[in-house]
Ligand binder design. Structure first.
Ligand SMILES: Cc1cc2nc3c(=O)[nH]c(=O)nc-3n(C[C@H](O)[C@H](O)[C@H](O)COP(=O)(O)O)c2cc1C
Length: 190
């Protein structure tokens, strides 16, 4: 059973000129080629008042479009930069601001790590797997680690004919099917 709801891509950096955002732009046509229209949540667009201590108790109205997108999604694709051997602070804070438990409970999730260094965001992805596992998400097992990301931007043609890009395409195709399989399972059990 296919599902008309969207896969939501969370871009886990709010840094101006973010590499994660550049990779996110590349993923949109890849998913489109498998019939999926990605909805992008760019954390650089989060409302400023979300960072006030009062936001834990009173969620800012402007956060609602982010929250609703997560709750209405059929799956989440999390694009995470590696910051100090983990996910970015803004990504973890965004996760902490989402409603519990319905945001991630039994929701499919896939991960792509993006890093300047040689480990490609492995640690960030593994930390996120811990968080999403704790929250009972269905984690798609094929993860992607984009190491030395600035090298890829020097020659995009080479990148798009290389191994990492093929892995991105394989993950997109597989994750789309994974989301639909979980929708079908939930339908069967309802
Ligand atoms: C605060 C901060 C910490 C970082 N820590 C790491 C790190 O631990 N390992 C690494 O490979 N790159 C690290 N980087 C570089 C990022 O991986 C790089 O900026 C990459 O482009 C992904 O982040 P971006 O989407 O914000 O651009 C760090 C960058 C910042 C701004």
């Amino acid at each position: 059973m296919s599902d008309s709801r969207q896969i939501v891509m969370i871009v886990g950096s709010n840094r101006p000129g973010s590499s994660s955002k550049r990779i996110a732009d590349l993923l949109i046509p890849v998913y489109a080629s498998y019939g999926e229209t990605l909805k992008v949540l760019d954390l650089s667009e989060l409302p400023q008042n979300m960072f006030l201590p009062t936001a834990y108790a009173e969620k800012p109205e402007e956060l609602k479009r982010f929250t609703d997108s997560v709750l209405e999604s059929k799956g989440l694709l999390v694009l995470t930069p590696e910051y100090n051997g983990s996910m970015s602070g803004v990504l973890k804070y965004f996760i902490d601001m989402l409603p519990f438990p319905e945001s991630f409970e039994h929701r499919p999730v896939a991960f792509i790590g993006v890093a300047a260094g040689i480990w490609g965001g492995l640690r960030a992805v593994e930390h996120l797997q811990g968080v999403f596992g704790y929250r009972n998400a269905f984690i798609y097992p094929n993860r992607i680690f984009l190491a030395r990301v600035f090298e890829h931007f020097k020659d995009m043609e080479k990148f798009q004919s290389g191994l990492e890009y093929q892995l991105i395409k394989d993950q997109a195709r597989g994750f789309s099917a994974f989301c639909d399989a979980i929708v079908a399972m939930k339908h069967k059990l309802s």
